[in-house]
Write a protein that binds this ligand. Sequence first.
Ligand code: EPZ
Length: 430
Amino acid sequence: MDRFLIHGGVPLRGEVTISGAKNAVLPIMAAALLTEEPCVIRRVPDLSDVRFMGRILESLGASVTFEAGTLTIQARQIQGYGDYDLIRKMRGSICIMGPLLGRLHEAKVALPGGCAIGVRPIDLHLKGFRALGVNLDIAGGYVHATAARLAGTELFLGGRAGPTVLGTANLMMAATLADGITVIDSAACEPEVVDLADFLISMGAKISGAGSPRITVTGVKTLHGADHEVIPDRIEAATFAIAAVATNGEVTLQGARADHMQAVIDKLREAGALLERKGPALIARRGPSLRPVDVTTQPYAGFPTDVQAQIMVLMTIAPGTSIITERIFESRFMHAAELARLGADIAIEGPSAIVKGVPSLSGAEMMAGDLRASAALVIAGLAASGSTEILRVYHIDRGYENIDLKLRQLGARFERLKANPNAPENTGGE
Ligand code: EPZ
């Protein structure tokens, strides 16, 4: 497996272009199953999760081409079940259920397993499908969903941790071809859900309220092809902003949507960062000094759980005590133990991490556990003095396009040590 070798202590300086949002692309790719016409999706990041989803769609019978950041998908003739081994490996693939049920009234998928950050249930997805009139046969680790028809209805999708992002996406997609009107209450408000709704509307779907907790979908008979440019990745932008502040550099995030990042911008400013909007870009640098902050992850527009690990790294070198509370996933502090190897002082108390700032981190070998934790370890290595080696970097390749190239362009002393080409690689995950 590839490893990263980082010689830290170098302030990041320069400009980085933010790629398209992974968490918008995956459900939008699935939405292309709703029509037999071709769909063109632009600003698609070249990520292993995107390629994985492409293979899943091909296993269902769709044709998928991916050239220079543009995906063309045509699901002319498809079947309701694909390559289980592929589907089982990537949680995001669960969002093929909604389109398959909308188009074929049938879907058979492997129940997604848990992952490093939690159990990852799909009970809310299934509850919504049942409400639309879908029969669910769950056996042997698979769910076989069938329906004579999909009947629009009122759905409540709130769970113990609030709304479900992919659950909202799944039900919104199924409802586009259901009979009648579907109202989704406690819908997720993430920008990626809005981007999916925009794509569906460009296919001829009738959707209102996306971005609010109540989404209304009026079913139509068929949908047509569309051409759509995906929103920039707010999580990648937040990751590079924090790396700039942690290394005491100055980075221009070209194409970042500050309006999608208000909670992160607000919290970073509280922590002593200087963030300035400049046209279609956001400039991030450290102010006179870092300050400890308390963070609680929440559904959008609150502080995103996908940036929790990254801001924890910044707090390990902020003088004082910070409390970081994870309210979305039940075990998303794997990075804390790895950061301790660099000298961080972090105590886990239930859903909270108590972080006591230290003057500096010093490089060590670390192992990545999940996608966003991997990004946090990279930031730590960049900020630490000395050398850091990060193992299992296939996690990071799932969600960050060309991260080594982008960081080297910002002056980082960063190398990817290629693994033995015959070594087994894992891919897919959260
Ligand atoms: C999406 O996952 C993102 N993934 C995740 O990003 C992100 O962390 C998460 O939303 C929360 O923002 C993609 O979009 C591909 P949820 P999703 O359903 O939709 C519970 C990354 O790093 N829940 O919103 O799977 C669940 O256990 C990834 O890019 C149920 O209880 O997350 C969690 O506690 C990691 N029952 C909470 O809701 C359900 O049926 C939020 O999960 C579904 C979810």
